[in-house]
Design a protein. Structure first.
Length: 120
């Protein structure tokens, strides 16, 4: 999957948009942050590192541990909280359909939750 295909997939989620918050920092390269419009929280951070395309995704800590054990190309997140975020290196052992599921889960974790009903 290419960078553009990854961005286009992320844009299929409701209220998602792409952002380039680090354009002025040439030393870290171009990072694309895919955000949810209502709260501006990022759910996918796309960048290149060591010649490979990578994506950071929000993840439940228990699921993150499991995914790191199953896939060699899933590791603690680069430049993010290592407990709640993972880095996936594309083009490795993570199938595209599994990557899509991981992105969807990340999106679900950052989007605003429904309002809780009032309890009397």
């Amino acid at each position: 999957m290419t960078r553009r295909e990854l961005i286009d997939f992320c844009l299929t989620f409701p209220a998602a948009y792409e952002d380039y918050p680090f354009d002025d920092l040439a030393d870290i390269g171009a990072w694309t942050v895919m955000r949810y419009r209502a709260n501006r929280k990022g759910f996918a951070h796309i960048y290149e590192r060591n010649g490979g395309l990578c994506i950071n995704l929000k993840c439940d800590p228990f699921e993150a541990d499991f995914l790191r054990q199953v896939f060699a190309d899933v590791m603690p997140a680069y430049h993010m909280n290592k407990r709640h975020w993972i880095t996936v290196t594309l083009g490795g052992d993570v199938p595209d359909d599994e990557l899509g599921r991981m992105i969807e889960r990340s999106y679900d974790l950052i989007k605003p939750k429904g309002r809780k009903p009032d309890v009397d």
